[in-house]
Design a protein around this ligand. Structure first.
Ligand code: SF4
Ligand code: SF4
Length: 371
């Protein structure tokens, strides 16, 4: 296998920490603008540097990105520099004029957060009219023929509403639905995070949607599944290749702090672009070690001896860290759950071939270390 090159292919950028909601599940507990967020000039410089580093996709996120005055300019600059440009919003301030702006800028995709029926969505988002505004935003996007998706954070609060959410999204004209599992980070409290008992019910529900009528496509978040029978079915038998934080994924906070992935806790900050350039931070030979220097020895728990480790590498870092405090010891793993129930995994040919190659690589690496 050729050498795996590190570059920030996919950047998620919190352009402001300000938010007009206080969602119970917010992974960063956003709300009030951070002291000294990046200026427009600094942000332009960052976009140019990302383009030089080979970035292909930028997602403008927050907080609520539309609360930052210059979001249009940042998006335009990103498009001018040839990067696919996305934006994810809670939909609250989206008006017909903003729909026109989205069209003019030419976003490659837009995401609207949508978490439940009216009562549940408003409860999660702690704002009484947030459901209606998000629903209307999607309707306007659909009528304007904009590419968009809905993004749902699934927790114990809204798991039971997945059928209703799906119907509501279809009614709003949405045809792509990204489903993610909420983690115990930021403002989310542990008892609201999907329990280990509820997790298989969640997986079953996604599989049911995938098998049913494809009025709306379900896009499975990268913190869900991992091998076994059902984990592999979620990706239609294609391999799950673990966490790319700090190898192909980059997270930027609104005051210039850099992490491998925006969803990771603050202990994963690698530096601030005000102290060192992004290029220096990215090219630091000791940087992002949890992924760039990941080996079997760094995995613990069941992941340590797992046959899928060369491919999966313990799954989503944020999920594992929030659930076990370790980089690769992930209790939300379908393979391990099925193993405990005595279910034998059935691997597709693609997974089997790739796994064999990875195991050979691992053996070669081990014998070199032993020389
Ligand atoms: S045990 Fe760990 S490495 Fe194995 S499939 Fe599950 S999360 Fe991945
Ligand atoms: S930490 Fe999770 S969400 Fe972030 S890049 Fe890794 S897999 Fe993706």
């Amino acid at each position: 296998m050729g050498e795996f090159r590190f570059y920030p292919q996919n950047t998620v950028w919190e352009i402001t920490f300000a938010c007009n909601m206080r969602c119970l599940h917010c992974g960063t507990a956003a709300g009030v603008v951070r002291p000294k967020e990046l200026t427009t000039d600094e942000a332009f410089g960052l976009i140019d540097e990302l383009a030089e580093l080979g970035c292909e996709m930028i997602t403008l996120s927050g907080g609520e990105p539309l609360l930052r005055r210059d979001w249009r300019e940042l998006a335009k600059r990103s498009k001018q520099r040839g990067m696919k440009t996305y934006l994810i919003s809670n939909g609250y301030v989206i008006t017909p004029q903003i729909i026109e702006d989205f069209k003019e800028i030419g976003f490659d995709n837009l995401g609207v957060s949508f978490d439940g029926t009216e009562k549940t969505h408003n409860y999660i988002r702690q704002r009484p009219d947030s459901f209606q505004r998000a629903f209307n935003a999607m309707k306007m996007m659909s009528e304007a023929d904009l590419r968009f998706c809905a993004v749902t954070q699934v927790s114990n609060i809204n798991l039971g509403e997945m059928d209703q959410i799906r119907s509501l999204l279809i009614e709003a004209g949405c045809n792509l639905w990204r489903v993610q599992m909420t983690t115990d980070t930021g403002r989310m409290s542990k008892d609201l995070v999907l329990s280990l008992d509820n997790y298989p019910k969640f997986i079953d529900k996604i599989l049911e949607f995938k098998k049913g009528e494809q009025t709306i496509t379900v896009d499975v978040g990268e913190n869900i599944g991992y091998y076994g029978c059902k984990g592999s079915q979620l990706l239609d038998g294609m391999p799950y290749l673990g966490c790319y934080a700090g190898t192909r994924v980059l997270g930027i906070e609104s005051d210039g702090k850099i992490k491998g992935c925006l969803s990771m806790p603050e202990e994963f900050v690698e530096g601030n672009i005000r102290d060192k350039s992004l290029t220096e931070i990215w090219n630091n030979p000791d940087g992002f070690a949890y992924n760039r220097q990941f080996t079997r020895e760094t995995a613990s728990g069941a992941c340590n001896s797992c046959r899928y480790l060369p491919l999966c590498r313990g799954g989503c870092t944020t999920t594992s860290m929030s659930a076990s405090g370790e980089r690769a010891n992930n209790p939300y793993c379908m393979y391990q759950m099925e193993k405990k129930m005595g279910v034998q995994p059935v691997d597709s040919e693609v997974i089997t071939n790739l796994l064999n190659r990875m195991v050979e690589e691992e053996a070669k690496h081990d014998s070199k270390q032993g020389e």
